[in-house]
Write a protein that binds this ligand. Structure first.
Ligand SMILES: [Fe+2]
Length: 342
C-alpha cells in the first residue's frame, strides 16, 4: 500500500492511487467505435450566442429531441432553454479518446485493487461486484472513484467543466468525498451479471417522502464511455417530466419496478466522451443491451456537484438506509450467480 491520496482532506481508504502524470495503460475493454462512425455535427449556435431567453426558448422548442450541443466556455441561451424545456442536454464528446481510455484504465486498476483488498464498501457505500462474460469478478458500481485516482480527480476539475459547475450553482463544488462521490457504473449482460438494466425511477422520491413536495432541480452530470446506439439499450429519459408534481412522481410508474418502454421516451445515443446533464426529477431508466457478452458493455460516470454545507464521508460512515436494500439484492444476485456457475 502506498501513501494515501494527497489531495483528499480526510484519510483516504488504504488503497494505492496512481501518481499524476504517470502514463496510463490501455483499458482492458476499450470502447468499440470505429473511425467512420462519427456523430452528427453539434447544433450550430455561432449566430445565436446572445439570444434573449424568449427567442432561445422558441428555437429550443423546434429542435429535435436528439440534438447534440457543443460545450463552450459558458452554457448558451439555447442550451439552457433546451434543458429547461426537456430536462436534459447532450454535449458532443467533451472528453477526448485518450482521456476516455485513461479513465477506463484507471477503473480497471481500481477494480483490481478493491478485489485484492477485499473491499465491499467505500466510505459506507457498497461496491457491487458481479461476474463478467468470462466468469471473473467484475465491478458494476462504485462510489467515490476519484478518491482512488489522482488522474480522475484532476480530470473532473478541468476548466472545460466550469460551465457545467456554474450551471449547478456559482458556489458548487465537486464532492469527491460527499454524497456517493464520483460514481462509476458498468453494465454488461452475461450469465451472472449483476444488473443488465435499471427500471424507471426518479431521484426525487426521497425528497417527496421527507418534505411532501418536489425538490428543486437535481442536475445529474454524466460522462459516457461507450458507443451506444438506441438498439444497444442505454439511457432512456422521459422529456419534460422534470417539472412533474408529487402525484405523478409517486404514481405514474412504480419506482425501480416498471420496465416497460414508454412511447414518449428518448433513447440517449452516445459516442465515447459525450457528456449529459439530466434533471433527476424526470423519469429515467437504463435499457439493457439485447446483446450478450462484452458487446453489451456500457460504462458511465456521474460527477457530484454539491452546493450544501460540506459533509464529507469517511471509512467510518454508515451505509445509507436507501442503499441497504439495493445492496442486499445485489449481494443475493451475485451469490446466486456464483453458485450457479460453480
Ligand atoms: Fe437515477
Amino acid at each position: 500500500m502506498s501513501a494515501p491520496y494527497a489531495a483528499a482532506p480526510h484519510a483516504a481508504p488504504p488503497l494505492a492511487a496512481a501518481p499524476v502524470g504517470a502514463p496510463l495503460p490501455a483499458p482492458k475493454h476499450p470502447p468499440r467505435c470505429d473511425a467512420a462512425d462519427v456523430p452528427p455535427l453539434p447544433y450550430d449556435e455561432a449566430a445565436a450566442l446572445a439570444l434573449p431567453p424568449a427567442d432561445a426558448a422558441r428555437i429550443a422548442a423546434t429542435l429535435p429531441l436528439g440534438t447534440r450541443f457543443r460545450l463552450r466556455d459558458a452554457l448558451t441561451p439555447i442550451q439552457r432553454a433546451f434543458l429547461d424545456r426537456h430536462g436534459y442536454v447532450v454535449f458532443d464528446r467533451v472528453a477526448t479518446r485518450p482521456e476516455v481510455d485513461g479513465i477506463l484504465a484507471e477503473v480497471d486498476r481500481i477494480e483490481a485493487d478493491l478485489l485484492s483488498a477485499g473491499k465491499s464498501k467505500v466510505y459506507g457505500v457498497p461496491v457491487w461486484f458481479g461476474l463478467d462474460p468470462d466468469g471473473k469478478d467484475f465491478l458494476y458500481r462504485m462510489g467515490f472513484t476519484s478518491v482512488y485516482s489522482a488522474f480522475l480527480a484532476a480530470f473532473v476539475r478541468d476548466l472545460r467543466f466550469e460551465p457545467i459547475r456554474r450551471l449547478i450553482g456559482e458556489d458548487a463544488r465537486i464532492g469527491d468525498e460527499e454524497k456517493d462521490g464520483v460514481v462509476f457504473n458498468r453494465y454488461v449482460r452475461a450469465e451472472g451479471s449483476l444488473r443488465p438494466n435499471l427500471a424507471w425511477h426518479t431521484d426525487a422520491l426521497r425528497d417527496v417522502f421527507y418534505n411532501r413536495k418536489m425538490p428543486g432541480p437535481m442536475l445529474n452530470v454524466g460522462l459516457h464511455f461507450d458507443r451506444i446506439r438506441p438498439e444497444d439499450g442505454g439511457l432512456r429519459l422521459l422529456p419534460g417530466t422534470h417539472t412533474q408534481g408529487v402525484w405523478s412522481t409517486l404514481f405514474s410508474k412504480i419506482h425501480f419496478v416498471t420496465q416497460t418502454p414508454d412511447r414518449r421516451e428518448v433513447a440517449v445515443e452516445t459516442w465515447p466522451g459525450d457528456l449529459t446533464v439530466h434533471d433527476g426529477r424526470m423519469w429515467h431508466r437504463v435499457e439493457g443491451s439485447p446483446k450478450t457478452g462484452w458487446e453489451s458493455l456500457r460504462r458511465s460516470m456521474y460527477v457530484p456537484y454539491v452546493c450544501d454545507s460540506y459533509q464529507p464521508k469517511s471509512e467510518a460512515s454508515a451505509t445509507p438506509a436507501y442503499m441497504r436494500l439495493f445492496d442486499a439484492i445485489m449481494r443475493m444476485r451475485s451469490a446466486r450467480a456464483k453458485k450457479r456457475l460453480g
